[in-house]
Design a protein around this ligand. Sequence first.
Ligand code: ADE
Length: 248
Amino acid sequence: MTIAIVAAMHEELAALLAQMPDEQRVRVAGRDFWVGHLQGQPVVAVLSRIGKVAAALTATVLLERFQAQAIVFTGVAGGLAPGVRVGDVVVATRLLQHDLDASPIFPKYEVPLTGHARFAADTAISDALAAVAAGVLADTVGLLGQKAVEDFGLAAPAVHRGLLVSGDRFVSSAAESSALRNDLPDALAVEMEGAAVAQVCHDFGVPFAAVRTISDRADDAAHGDFTRFVSVVASRYSLALIDGWLAT
Ligand code: ADE
């Protein structure tokens, strides 16, 4: 059973890729697919690049060429709900494309002809990821070191489970994030790939899960916060979460 591990950017997966000693690189559609093992489990790891089309293409290649039997997306997201802060972890229960609107022909957010706006994540994988995340967040000093914990102000980070929304926009203003909060009050966080992969996995009947660390609040400070977070700590979170999950 091959599990696919996907992140959009190198900074989000670098530490995990460094842990795959027996990997073999296969290049498809301009992407490197790293085939190997983590915790004794066959995996294929890949950087999708940013955005929904890039993510959907990558998911399709994973399923068709590499026969991935599950896909887990990891990386960072911008916090939307009030209590979702930098350093927290969000495990998606459902995923929606916030920039999809074929109304009045179809209801806003619905993927035309599927009858779905919200695509469910796999419960068993998501439960296991959330349990691992709680353990990882219980020792952020062990994970990141005292200095990073202080620099990022990580006081008692939390695990959240719920709606993750995706769109082809980096949300970087308070006006935009509050508009998203108004339209989708139960959205926990925003990123740019997850819901596209959820849709592809739904069509193929393959389990999907997404676990994201909050890098910014999708507000006027998002650009700087995101850049600092991905360059300093993002990949350590991904490694701890995915490696911890595969070890269970
Ligand atoms: N990923 C991390 N932060 C994000 C943001 N503010 N908007 C979209 N995707 C993100």
